[in-house]
Design a protein around this ligand. Structure first.
Ligand code: KIV
Ligand code: ZN
Length: 507
């Protein structure tokens, strides 16, 4: 995809995707998933097609065992994995969860040996080996992680991997526990490990310096067989390598299709964002709201001719969609395409006026939504045409203990009509009368009604803002200011009805 030849790329024939959203992802500060939420995510990961799903850390709580069992009962295609320390009681919890694949770890760096485990190198090797043997004896597939591998003396790291390989480990995992690797260090480390072992090598890279995806890709280039990833890059502190970034980069930039259904990535990301409460920033690669959003005139012009001018892949490939955003950088082409999308036809002068208003809203720091555009364009159209509905008169009568009655006269498409209605108050009565008069013209729904007094006193100006919709799903806003609050209300509704009618008649 980049216009250059790769050198020193030695990808494994089969790259396994090991998703740990439900384990390391759940260790994101503030995140806790219920059994039901874990099930929902596991199902989606399975449908995406990941090879392995680390469902949790069974020894840590009965809920973890329950979740693992319930996910297991779904008979998913993905292999399910349970985490354990190098302790028999943890391995038993994985067995109690009915899982057949264990990810067992022990800290190997001097910091972990001296300050956390308080064990010598020999004791660490002994624990690692005996737990791998115990797990193998119980029929489990075993992945062994040397926690904090990247701050472990190289000689000791190779030694412990060699010992657990001899004890039967099926995968050797290299965690960059505090994310200190850089791509150049990754290349050296993973090449060294690959040169020394036949057992498949896995990597588990954290993102403390924002390099987790780059480092994981580098490890893949050096022949690593498996990548640990999480949806949205969740995980301890700043997270792990992001599933969507790794899979899509491999597919688009390296031309390696892992066989995952990437069109499911966007909805998976949203599900995980909703269930964990960790929403992605708009500029998050692949799944952020702005991943396929364009505002600048130059870019939108290019996109409209050929989307690849300013996009590295199609949004559909990851289940996302393209968005043209209006604002201070909007060009005429963007505006034209938006107006076309909403079937709004403007002449050149109207177009120029709308364009100027969009720019001035943008300059005042506002983001211009599609609803803003429709309202501006329709108002522009309305000002050039006769308005279909005009108020011709209104009278309110009220008495003690009787509901108020409003008599309203409207001109609708040139015909005058009058009716009287009652209501719980004068505004309600007047709006009921308007509804009756327009019922053959528009199927009106009042969605929102806001009343504000502009200044104090009994002669205050009332400002009414309404949002209405019609049966075609069109929405419109209306606004009016008057000293008579009932009249202001009716005028605001009529204003928005006229816009809705213009939208309908333009479609
Ligand atoms: O980051 C880490 O070291 C881990 C281990 C449990 C493998 O998550
Ligand atoms: Zn981790």
């Amino acid at each position: 995809m980049p216009n250059q030849k790769y050198s020193e790329i030695n990808l494994a024939n089969k790259i396994y995707i090991f998703d740990t959203t439900l384990r390391d992802g759940e260790q994101t500060p503030g995140v806790a998933l219920t059994v039901d939420e874990k099930i929902q995510i596991a199902q989606k990961l399975n449908n995406l097609g990941v090879d392995k799903i680390e469902v949790g850390f069974p020894a840590s709580s009965p809920g973890e065992i329950k979740a693992a069992k319930e996910i297991n009962a779904l008979n998913l295609d993905s292999t399910l994995v349970g985490l354990s320390r190098s302790l028999n009681k943890d391995i038993d919890a994985v067995l109690d969860s009915d899982l057949s694949y264990i990810h067992t770890f022990i800290g190997t760096s001097p910091l972990h040996r001296d300050y956390k485990l308080k064990k010598s190198k020999e004791e660490i090797i002994e624990s690692a080996v005996s737990s791998v043997e115990y797990a193998k004896d119980h029929g489990l597939t075993v992945e062994f992680s040397a926690e904090d591998s990247t701050r472990t003396e190289r000689e000791f790291l190779l030694e412990i991997f060699s010992e657990v390989e001899s004890a039967g480990a099926d995968f050797l995992d290299v965690p960059d526990t505090v994310g200190v690797l850089t791509p150049v260090h990754t290349r050296e480390l993973i090449s060294d490990i690959k040169n020394n072992f036949k057992t498949p090598v896995s990597v588990h890279f954290h993102n403390d310096f924002g390099l987790a995806t780059a480092n994981t890709l580098t490890a893949m280039e050096c022949g690593a067989d498996q990548a640990h990833v999480t949806v949205n890059g969740l995980g301890e502190r700043t997270g792990n390598c992001s599933l969507e970034e790794l899979v899509v980069t491999l597919k688009v930039a390296y031309g390696v299709d892992l066989g995952l259904d990437t069109t499911r990535l966007y909805s998976l990301s949203h599900l995980v964002g909703r269930l964990t409460g960790i929403k992605m920033p708009v500029n998050k690669p692949i799944v952020g709201d702005n991943a396929f959003a364009h505002e600048s005139g130059i870019h939108v012009h290019g996109i409209l001719n050929n989307a690849f001018t300013y996009e590295p892949m199609s949004p559909e490939m990851v289940g996302h969609s393209r968005k043209i955003v209006l604002g201070k950088h909007t060009g005429a082409n963007s505006l034209k395409s938006k107006l076309k999308e909403y079937h709004i036809d403007l002449n050149q002068e109207q177009f120029n006026n709308v364009f100027a208003q969009i720019k001035s809203l943008g300059d005042s720091g506002r983001c211009v939504t599609d609803d803003d555009l429709i309202s501006i364009a329709i108002t522009e159209l309305a000002s050039a045409r006769e308005t279909p509905i005009i108020i011709k008169g209104m009278n309110i009568s009220m008495g003690a203990n009787v509901s108020p009655t409003a008599t309203v006269k409207l001109e609708i498409d040139g015909d005058e009509k009058e009716t009287a209605s009652t209501g719980v108050g004068p505004i309600d009565a007047a709006l009921n009368a308007v509804r009756t008069l327009v019922q053959d013209t528009i199927d009106l729904e009042l969605e929102e009604y806001n009343l504000e007094a502009i200044n104090g006193g009994t002669d205050a100006l009332a400002e009414v803002f309404v949002i209405t919709s019609d049966s075609h799903g069109n929405k419109s806003t209306g606004r009016s200011t008057n000293q008579d609050v009932v009249l202001a209300s009716i005028l605001a509704v009529i204003d928005s009805m006229n816009k809705l009618l213009l939208i309908n008649r333009n479609q």
